[in-house]
Design a protein. Structure first.
Length: 337
């Protein structure tokens, strides 16, 4: 009996020693390599820890360094970088940059050096209005947050390989919380999409057709054999086509985007385009009335177009834009007569 009792005591002691080693080690692992029992909110409460964690590809501890940037006269504006860090071998620290600012209303279509090409973005509208690319997305704040300086936008840069639906959810949550902080949330909160359509793959420009239309001019002297295009043919209110290195076309009837465009500074009457009276920011970023619906048109050209302007057969920019509005505008019930 004594031997059995000794063995039992030794067994219990061994288990206690093992637990004394394993439990603290497990606790250290949980603390350093996961966000369990971590911060519920980051970025001064504008982003939840759960939403941030869902965007990162791997598990890690969520933190926001110094939090949001300094005070601004605009209660909308902020910038915050969230990181997910882990001490597990082979793990990298991932970063998620979130900011809010006021933009010119047609920002998704007019500044492709900063914003993804509209032909490669998954747009969504209804519960919230936004767009998400491979690692970059945006969501409009409620319309009550728009001022004379333009609409307010939440923008996010996520690590490569992040789930675009999760990024859309995080940005929508941040838009709601930012609107609440600025007292412009309005009625029902914005709701994120449950799914997003897939951005189209690039393809060779078909012979005799550009962006799916036989009547649309090629943005250059002749179609280049190496030219490729990406065409967003969706059932939604926004259409876009990018002809690589040459031009990016966009049309939108999304109500929130159009409201932001028309409320932006320097939106004014412009010369007619394809016979249509238009207003806008310049001759290539305009809004027309198409069948009673405000419709935005834009074209931004690239170096492949500008470098070929001296070649025979290259259409002038005015003619290129007129042709675009005339041909693609038919799909949106635009008629100059």
């Amino acid at each position: 009996m004594t031997d059995k009792s000794n063995r039992a005591r030794l067994g219990r002691r061994g288990i206690a020693v093992a637990l004394a080693i394993v439990l603290p080690a497990a606790g250290v692992h949980v603390w350093l390599n996961t966000n369990l029992f971590g911060r519920e909110d980051v970025c001064a409460g504008l982003v939840s820890g759960d939403a941030a964690e869902s965007v990162f590809a791997g598990s890690g501890r969520i933190s926001d360094g110094d939090g949001t940037d300094g005070p601004s006269s605009d209660r909308i504006a902020f910038t915050c970088t969230v990181e997910s860090s882990s001490f597990l071998p082979g793990s990298d620290t991932e970063h998620l940059r979130i900011s809010a600012a006021r933009e010119r209303g047609d920002f998704p279509f007019s500044d492709h050096g900063r914003w993804p090409s509209p032909a490669s973005v998954s747009f969504f509208s209804g519960g919230a209005t936004g767009g998400v690319g491979s690692d970059h997305g945006w969501v409009l704040l409620p319309e009550a947050c728009t001022t004379a300086d333009g609409p307010a936008v939440i923008e996010g840069y996520a690590p490569e390989g992040s789930d675009p639906v999760e990024l859309a959810r995080l940005l929508t949550e941040a838009a709601n919380r930012t609107a609440e902080r600025a007292d412009c949330a309005g009625g029902e909160p914005l709701t994120a999409p449950d799914s997003l359509d897939t951005a189209p793959d690039p393809r060779a420009v078909p012979s005799g057709a550009v962006c799916g239309s036989a009547d649309l001019m090629f943005p250059g002297p002749t179609p280049r054999p190496q030219a490729r295009e990406r065409v967003r043919e969706s059932a939604g209110p926004t259409w876009a086509c990018e002809v690589s290195d040459h031009a990016t076309y966009a049309v939108s009837q999304e109500p929130r985007l159009l409201a932001g465009i028309r409320s932006s500074p320097r939106f004014a009457e412009q010369p007619r385009v394809a016979g249509l009276p238009v207003s806008g920011f310049d001759a290539r970023h305009v809004v027309a009335d198409c069948g009673g619906t405000p419709t935005y048109f834009s074209v931004d050209v690239g170096p492949g177009y500008t470098s070929a302007l001296e070649e025979a057969g290259a259409p002038r920019l005015g003619a290129l834009f007129d042709n675009f509005v005339d041909v693609i505008g038919e799909r949106f019930d635009c008629d100059a007569r």
